[in-house]
Design a protein around this ligand. Sequence first.
Ligand code: SF4
Ligand code: SF4
Length: 76
Amino acid sequence: MSYQIDSNCIICGLCAQHCPVGAIHLGVDIYEIDNKKCVECKGHYDESQCMLVCPVQAVFKNNSFIKNGKRKNNSK
Ligand code: SF4
Ligand code: SF4
């Protein structure tokens, strides 16, 4: 499982500040998660901090996919 940030991101930077492994950085338009670095907060926190702190629920587990900047969940 890995994580993604969608176009709802308001570039507040909170997720990057709270990520214990520095896996989140400002990309071209919005913040981006480096899934090679992300450890899903294991060994640091019980919950994924990026999802927890985001004020606009822009972080999601990418069993969903993004089409035209909108999130679509294909798992349910
Ligand atoms: S799940 Fe945790 S380790 Fe992964 S990007 Fe989010 S805050 Fe960082
Ligand atoms: S916490 Fe949410 S809105 Fe803020 S930078 Fe991260 S993804 Fe974007």
